[in-house]
Design a protein around this ligand. Structure first.
Ligand code: UFG
Length: 316
């Protein structure tokens, strides 16, 4: 039973990871400063250490006895990153440097990192393979690319997992773990909330896509965490791999809305709105590397992501 540090383990994806790692028999310590995470999302079977990536002393205390780190902590809103680029660089890049420096002190060299498709920017090729030259369109994506490069430059046994659009929820022994962002910017929770709150704004209907709305590649959070566990088991000595996590299939905003109407059995009120700054038209993952290196492929459909989110948000 390995002792694993989960940074950002009070957030949406990190709390799901911590819970599933405990289910699989690991000894988990969650490290989170609760700036955006929620204390009540931390699995009660895990140890909780409240601390910041910007506090090297806290990192050193949390790393005692740890054999691997799964690193989710960081700022993750694209729009906010455009307004506060220095903050994103400081928390994400400088914070990760602090983490790696602290790991070195304890000779911990195993890391799985939460990277993003935002590192690619707006590439002209689709599906996106990991070897394309990244050109992020916002400071959030740049910070993730900087971290991937930093990890590649030090002697870690590491895997950067580049998520496409993560959705769905996880039913842990202590209840649902779901997205609880404020404000919520992500499409699927917003589609579901539109049943009871304001109509869903469709950000742009004039994109160069089949129906004019943006195309994304959605992956269920439980499948995503399964890939993290496979990554932990596939770390190779002093080697850094970059692996996309998506489904390999794209859905337009309008297709997501249609699926939600079918799954929820309700009409979703929508209004057309201007394009959102920084949105690429199409982002679809090549998942060949995830299959070949991790022997991973997603198992849960878009319908499942929608229905789990609905139940987790209590809107059923
Ligand atoms: N969208 C709407 N209305 C909404 C919310 C979203 O039309 O209310 C559209 C967006 O414009 C986009 C699509 O739905 O075309 C998906 O948007 P999300 O905000 O759900 O997700 P993003 O693709 O913008 O971002 C996600 C992650 C980011 C990550 C990015 C990588 O949330 O952290 O993928 O591409 F950087």
């Amino acid at each position: 039973m390995a002792r694993i540090l989960v940074t950002g383990g009070a957030g949406y994806i990190g709390s799901t990871a911590a819970s599933i790692l405990v289910d699989r028999g690991h000894d988990v310590i969650v490290f989170d400063d609760l700036s955006t995470g929620h204390a009540d999302s931390v699995d009660p079977r895990a140890e909780f250490f409240e601390g910041s990536l910007l506090d090297p002393d806290a990192l050193r205390r949390a790393l005692v006895g740890v054999s691997a780190v799964v690193h989710f902590a960081g700022k993750s809103l694209v729009g906010e990153s455009v307004e506060k680029p220095d903050l994103y660089h400081h928390v994400n890049v400088d914070g990760t440097r602090n983490l790696i420096d602290a790991m070195k002190l304890f000779a911990i060299d195993r890391m799985v990192f939460s990277s993003s498709a935002a590192t690619y920017g707006s590439p002209s090729t689709s599906p996106i393979t990991e070897d394309i030259q990244g050109s992020p369109t916002n400071p959030y994506g740049q910070s993730k690319l900087d971290i991937d490069q930093m990890i590649g430059a030090v002697n870690l046994s590491a895997i950067s997992l580049r998520y496409f659009n993560v959705a769905g929820a996880h039913l842990s022994p202590s209840g649902w773990l779901a997205e609880r962002h404020d404000p919520e910017t992500h499409l699927i929770p917003n589609v579901i909330k539109a049943m009871v709150e304001n109509p869903l704004e469709i950000f742009g209907t004039d994109w160069q896509t089949p129906d004019g709305t943006c195309v994304r590649d959605y992956v269920h959070v439980v499948d995503l965490i399964d890939a993290h566990i496979k990554a932990l088991n596939n770390l190779r000595h002093s080697k850094h791999e970059i692996i996309n996590l998506g489904s390999g299939s794209g859905y337009s905003v309008k297709e997501v809305i249609s699926s939600a109407q079918r799954v929820l059995g309700r009409d979703i009120p929508v209004v057309n709105a201007p394009r959102r700054a920084g949105d690429p038209a199409t982002l679809v993952a090549s998942v060949a590397r995830a299959k070949s290196i991790l022997d991973w492929q997603p198992t849960k459909s878009l319908d499942q992501m929608i229905s789990d989110t609905q139940v987790a948000l209590g809107l059923k």
